[in-house]
Design a binder for this molecule. Structure first.
Ligand code: TXA
Ligand code: MG
Length: 315
């Protein structure tokens, strides 16, 4: 059998050009970002955007994040406001996504935005994806490179296992440093956090007043769907121990190092825990455990984003 990882390439000039040609032809490729790996396609190409949805088996009503090198490139597609400029200056490029009004003359495929009047935009920091963005004259629609409702990939190998040979190019950019998806903030009307991330409410509140979106508000952000980030086996939160054939995800020093224990961070560092979360889900699943128990994770800072993902994984 041919190596299943033979679609993974190290980054060099040759693969840079190959990636660009592939995107120009309307194909999709796997790319690294600092948050998680993405499945990238030309956001202006119907074929490219269609392929993203069909590869991921993603419901058409779930819009994609559009990725740019910098705000100048995004100016032709969205309408900026003061909230945006302030946050951009502080956090970009980086792990934050802004929902803004779409311009009427924008060339973004309406399928990519699920026909909404808004667009989610992001400026990724990873040098590989930035060097591709520098050389193309279209933005990249790029959801996480996993099958819909599953766990986001944090390495090129995760992406390869997710799509197998269907995907012809995955550029290896090492493991994703942040390890969970970007913070999504709506800047249409009053700023609201739609998806918590490593950039937390406390960080954003230093710059402008923001809230989490209330459950009753029906915002079309399917990342808010209850079932999401599913590891494929049942997950139970706030547990102290696990049964024998089940895995226990722990946090901090006070847990023993039993064979079925997987510590997200011995130093009780929430940022480290976030970076290890999806990696740990995949590891546990591969080892054949039937269930995942998770100890209580502190609910502040990056812990808010971790608990958000755990809740949806548990649903
Ligand atoms: O870190 C990330 O954001 C990664 C990397 C690859 O950039 N991408 C990612 O994309 O997580 P995805 O498709 O898995 O999640 C996009 C989220 C979804 O929750 C979607 O509903 C929301 O962004 N979204 C996209 N467009 C939106 C819009 N116009 N209004 C509200 N939410 C939107
Ligand atoms: Mg996703």
């Amino acid at each position: 059998m041919k190596n299943i990882y033979s679609n993974i390439f190290s980054f060099n000039k040759k693969i840079l050009n190959k990636s660009i040609n592939s995107l120009k032809k309307g194909n999709v490729i796997g790319l690294p970002t600092e948050t998680v790996y993405g499945l990238a396609g030309n956001a202006y190409s119907k074929e490219g955007v269609k392929k993203i949805y069909s590869f991921k088996k993603r419901p058409k009503k779930n819009p994609l994040i559009i990725h740019y090198l910098n705000f100048k490139d995004a100016d032709k597609d969205v309408i900026f406001n003061d909230y945006f400029y302030k946050l951009y200056k502080k956090f970009c490029p980086g792990p934050i996504t802004f929902v803004l009004k779409k311009r009427n003359k924008s060339k973004i495929q309406s399928l990519a935005t699920a026909s909404l009047k808004t667009v989610a935009i992001r400026f990724p920091k990873h040098p590989v994806t930035r060097s591709i963005l520098k050389k193309i004259n279209f933005p990249l629609a790029m959801p996480s490179a996993n099958l819909s409702s599953g766990v986001s990939p944090v390495s090129a190998f995760d992406v390869s296992e997710e799509f197998k040979k269907k995907l012809k190019i995955i550029v290896n950019g090492g493991s994703s440093k942040i390890g969970i998806e970007s913070t999504v903030i709506s800047l249409v009307g009053r700023p609201k956090i739609l998806r918590p991330g490593i950039i937390g409410i406390q960080n954003i509140n230093k710059i402008l007043k923001v809230n989490y979106v209330k459950k009753s508000l029906k915002i079309n952000s399917p990342g808010m769907l209850k079932k999401h980030y599913s590891p494929g086996i049942p997950l139970l939160m706030n547990k102290k121990r696990a049964r024998e054939n089940c895995a226990l995800i722990t946090f901090g020093k006070r847990y023993e190092n039993m064979k079925n224990c997987f510590n997200l961070s011995k130093n009780a560092d929430l940022k480290e825990a976030a970076a290890n979360l999806y990696k740990t889900f995949r590891k546990i699943k591969k080892l054949g455990y039937k269930k995942i128990y998770v100890v209580k994770i502190p609910n502040f800072g990056p812990g808010i984003a971790i608990n958000d993902r755990l809740k949806r994984a548990a649903y």
